[in-house]
Design a protein around this ligand. Structure first.
Ligand SMILES: *Cc1c(COP(=O)(O)O)cnc(C)c1O
Length: 437
């Protein structure tokens, strides 16, 4: 360390612990928690994420009673459904519904009769209202649970699931759908090839051992060129129940996402069961939707695994409010006016001294991989990425070609000022950045 190295100015642990502001703020807290907060702040300064002068302030902010269990993040990546950032941000109505449901509720209670009632009746009705008449609904923990339950109920115990080789996909972080299906004890009967599967491929594989045909939307990539698959309508003529995993949770077609499958169309085409996530394009809390023929949905509901996979009251409340509450934030962000985005980017650039450039957003979360959402971003020096990520509020942008791009698409407009303020603070800490490492 050179004489001028700013790390020399990082206050020592004993100095920090003796500071009256810290002692006042830490009365009643465990020493281990206080030390951990001090060390985290010193470490951030060592890495250049904050200025040495800000270590005490940051240590105060790191104390356990100040830090929320999960840190809020301003998503400046332009990725609307960002799985690492918690997927769909909830609407005001959904948040209020969750807060209201957090005490005692009529979750499984009929206030008319004073007896036990069906669990989450209102949200199930909400789902039925959004899909073709005669469809039944069930809500489980997430999309993977919905598919697991469907395959277990229809094909576990050595029966076969017929699936196209073009749909044996990994959807992220090593999570492979064929492994999920095999884990139920069902046997996978793969048909066709990576790029082409025909109706005859399916027909040749179907027999008395078949439990279900599963059709999976390969949501996070596209196969182009000499390709071919079999639609739900044709699969439905083959006999066994057809399970369609649409993934992203569109309940009805969306003209802006022409290649994205939706539950209503799949059900009209004859799917027995559709499975989907609640926190992707639907814009609700983490949940798994099961929609389908009443007899098949009832089989799933009655299966012992259903109890282990069920959704909690907070998710049910948030999902119902999302269904009933008008446009979800993910839809607002996906369809934000490009000129408005430009004006917001111009203002941010003016405030922090960045350069405005074109930047396409994406749907994310494995949805609509071919769709680009034209927009704008503010380019600032890449060195700001770390202090912005570790700041409060945390701001996560996208590093590309040596620049940090801040795309305001998924930032609530009322938080634009907070982004500007965070950038100014990050510039201040970067000015103190230790040289040469
Ligand atoms: C996202 C996705 C899943 C998994 O859903 P989770 O809600 O993350 O469990 C399953 N299948 C497809 C096609 C998906 O896109």
């Amino acid at each position: 360390m050179s004489q001028t190295d700013p790390r020399r100015r990082i206050p020592r642990t004993d100095q920090l612990l003796a500071d009256p502001r810290l002692t006042a703020a830490t009365e009643g807290l465990a020493r281990a928690d206080i030390l951990a907060a001090v060390h985290r702040a010193q470490d951030l300064a060592r890495r250049g994420a904050i200025a040495p002068e800000d270590v005490l302030e940051r240590a105060l902010g790191e104390l356990p009673d100040r830090v929320p269990p999960l840190r809020p993040v301003l998503n400046a990546t332009g990725v609307v459904v960002h799985t690492n950032l918690g997927r769909a941000p909830l609407s005001r109505k959904a948040i209020e519904a969750i807060v209201r449901a957090s005490g005692y509720t009529d979750l499984e209670y009929d206030v008319q009769t004073g007896r036990r009632g069906p669990r989450g009746a209102a949200v199930l009705q909400g789902l039925r209202d959004h899909v073709p008449a005669g469809t039944d609904a069930l809500v489980v923990n997430n999309g993977a649970a919905a598919l697991l339950l469907a395959v277990t109920a229809l094909a576990a115990g050595g029966r076969e699931v017929v699936v196209s080789r073009g749909e044996l996909v990994e959807i992220g972080d090593g999570f492979r759908l064929p492994e999920l299906m095999s884990s139920t004890g069902a046997r996978l009967r793969e048909v066709g090839t990576t790029n082409r599967t025909t109706r005859d491929d399916y027909r040749g594989a179907i027999g008395p051992q078949t439990g279900a045909i599963v059709k999976i939307h390969p949501s996070n990539f596209r196969v182009e060129g000499f390709t071919g698959g079999v639609g739900v309508r044709q699969l439905a003529t083959l006999g066994p129940p057809v399970v369609v995993d649409i993934g992203s949770g569109l309940l009805a077609p969306d003209a802006a996402l022409p290649e994205e499958p939706d539950a209503s169309t799949a059900l009209q085409d004859g799917a027995s069961v559709v499975t989907a996530s609640g926190d992707k394009l639907l814009g609700g809390p983490q949940a798994g939707l099961v929609l389908g023929r009443p007899d098949v949905v009832q089989r799933l509901r009655r299966h012992p695994l259903a109890r282990a996979l069920r959704a909690d009251k907070l998710a049910l409340a948030g999902l119902e409010a999302t269904l009933r509450g008008g446009t979800a934030p993910v839809t607002d962000y996906r369809t934000v006016d490009v000129d408005v985005l430009r004006a917001r980017a111009d203002l941010l650039a003016e405030q922090v001294g960045g350069r405005v450039r074109r930047h396409d957003g994406v749907v994310g979360g494995g949805g609509a991989p071919g769709v680009l959402l034209p927009g704008w971003a503010v380019a600032v020096p890449e060195e700001l990425a770390l202090p912005l990520r570790t700041g409060d509020p945390a701001v996560v942008g996208r590093v590309e070609a040596g620049e940090l791009l801040l795309d305001l698409r998924c930032v609530p407009a009322e938080s634009d000022g907070a982004v500007a303020e965070a950038v100014r603070r990050a510039v201040r800490s970067a000015d103190h950045d230790p040289p040469g490492d």
